[in-house]
Design a protein around this ligand. Structure first.
Ligand SMILES: N[C@@H](CCC(=O)N[C@@H](CS)C(=O)NCC(=O)O)C(=O)O
Length: 158
């Protein structure tokens, strides 16, 4: 793994800009070829068809959870923003209506969602009616591969 300083005075190294002219991390290099982006990296590492529920879950995370979570945390948890965030969490809950099947089969959609849901859970918790989402979170966060990614000693949002 090579870490790249994103904001240093020297700028980003040219070998990195050659891999991704946008200059953004992450980049995964496979057989000399760059795979650019978090979702693209997860899809490469966890190939497989996603069910319609998993695709819906992924689009709710990308199109709504990221912005609603950010708003709620940066407004200091204002009631309006918390309510909007809870509505998104309830829609994620609805994607788990097939029950344990989704929870036991950890897909690329779950892996990409985890860091965002982890921060929402740590900051606000989930609404009490989101029982399946809570079960999903417990199951996901107990997976050894996921546990390795959890850091407790610093705070950051996205
Ligand atoms: N949607 C992209 C976002 C990538 C992204 O925003 N990367 C940031 C760090 S989290 C970055 O490289 N920023 C440096 C820059 O834009 O110069 C992904 O997750 O792949």
């Amino acid at each position: 793994m090579k870490e790249v300083s994103l904001y240093g005075s020297g700028g980003k190294p040219s070998w990195f800009m050659d891999l991704n002219p946008k200059g953004e991390v992450p980049v995964l290099v496979v057989d000399g070829k760059p795979i650019v982006g978090s979702e693209e990296t997860v899809d490469f590492l966890m190939p497989g068809e996603l069910s319609p529920e998993a695709l819906r879950w992924r689009s709710i995370v990308n199109d709504r959870l990221k912005s609603a979570g950010k708003r709620a945390v940066f407004s200091g948890g204002s009631e309006t923003d918390r309510n909007s965030l809870n509505a998104v969490l309830q829609d994620l809950e609805a994607c788990l209506s097939n029950g344990p099947e989704r929870a036991s089969e950890f897909t690329a959609a779950d892996a990409s969602a985890f860091p965002f849901l982890q921060r929402v859970h740590g900051e606000f918790g989930f609404p009490s009616e989101c029982k399946r989402l809570e079960a999903w979170y417990a199951s996901a966060s107990s997976r050894p591969g996921v546990r390795k990614t959890i850091k407790q000693d610093f705070w950051w949002w996205w």
